[in-house]
Design a protein around this ligand. Structure first.
Ligand code: SAM
Length: 335
């Protein structure tokens, strides 16, 4: 059994071995850095990896034909570090190659299922404000996938946390209640589903659909592929509680970390480009100028990040395993 450590009675427990990584954006290749994280220690993984080689000039990329073989060792590590009741949300979209959609996302889903993941759900991010364009064989692309993977059938989910106001629909629909609406009406398609519309009379909030209508946001001209803070925030509310640990192995400009700080969750980020690590740290600092506590924490993280690579070099053996006894001795001043 791994050691458990509770920082205060209000916070859920987390692995003691995770402590050095909490609320940090680690500089490095996630294929290597992930190996340092302990087993079954993360509550939610949400990330947006490079969509094959769509932005090759900006931060490199992988040819679509090799995408699955590149990603599978990463998803194996993600599966190892995720808690049994945790979730993995993968924001991805297949790119167009030679006039048609390349099937690497579909192939990846099949291979991840073979790896032992359950493909629990697919959410769609509808980009409300995507800019207009014209292509000879298709319309402008206004949506991306958010694939929801889990390790088991029962997983942590807080549906009430993302309920939406009933709005005008309620008044319009409920004004005209028909006979079918007053008792449980079984679907004519024979699907076995039934509904009783009158149940919603008393309610102000309803459960959302699996289509998320959110505008794209460009946080910074130095990072071309950010997602809006609302997007990770929605999944963080849905799949985690306060104090839980959220991992983004392709952190980019720090959007997931910003959502975590706002929602009082802990984050771990990994980013291969040093300039993006700095961008994310600056962003986190700016986001909370008035809150001294967070500012202090971020300053501290920034200082630690400068040393984190050296620290890992210092305490890891050749296979990448950390020597925790030495770290504890070091932390307690005995080394
Ligand atoms: C699509 S962007 C993520 C954007 C992020 N969601 C945001 O809102 O800013 C993908 C990021 O992954 C980084 N990256 C690419 N390969 C990586 C690797 N092997 N390990 C860690 N980061 C990597 C890129 O530098 C880039 O910043």
């Amino acid at each position: 059994m791994p050691l458990r450590y509770t920082s205060c009675s209000m916070q859920p427990a987390y692995h003691a071995q995770l402590a050095p990584f909490l609320n940090r954006i680690l500089l490095g290749d996630c294929r290597e850095v992930l190996k340092q994280l302990p087993d079954e220690s993360i509550d939610l993984i949400i990330t947006s990896p490079p969509y094959a080689d769509q932005r090759k000039e900006v931060y490199g990329g992988i040819h679509p034909d090799h995408y699955v073989e590149w990603f599978l060792p990463i998803s194996a590590e993600l599966k190892r570090v995720l808690k049994p009741a945790g979730s993995f949300v993968l924001n991805i979209k297949e790119r167009v190659v030679n006039g048609e959609r390349h099937p690497y996302v579909l192939q990846l889903i099949m291979e991840m299922r073979r790896q032992g993941w359950r493909w629990t759900e697919e959410y769609i991010w509808h980009k409300k404000n995507c800019y207009p364009g014209k292509w000879p064989n298709r319309f402008r692309d206004a949506w991306e996938r958010l694939l929801h993977f889990t390790k088991q059938k029962q997983f942590k989910m807080f549906q009430e946390a993302v309920m939406v106001p009933m709005g005008e629909w309620k008044h319009e629909r409920l004004k005209k209640l028909g006979e079918n609406d007053l008792y449980r009406f079984n679907s004519r398609s024979g699907s076995g589903f039934g509904k009783r519309i009158a149940n919603w009379m008393e309610r102000e909030y309803a459960y959302p659909t699996n289509v998320l209508h959110m505008a794209t946001e460009c946080y910074n001209r130095y990072h071309a592929a950010t997602f809006p803070v609302e997007l990770p925030a929605w999944f963080i509310k849905l799949f985690t509680e306060q104090g839980d640990v959220v991992l983004d192995p392709f952190m980019g400009s720090g959007t997931t970390a910003v959502a975590c700080v706002r929602l009082d969750r802990r984050y771990i980020g990994i980013e291969i480009k040093e300039e993006y690590v700095h961008l994310a740290e600056e962003r986190l600092l700016k986001d909370y100028p008035e809150k001294e506590r967070e500012r202090y924490q971020q300053e501290w993280n920034k200082a630690v990040n400068r040393f984190s690579r050296d620290l890992l070099n210092e305490f890891a053996d050749e296979s990448g395993q950390l020597d925790w006894e030495r770290i504890v001795r070091f932390n307690s001043g005995r080394e």
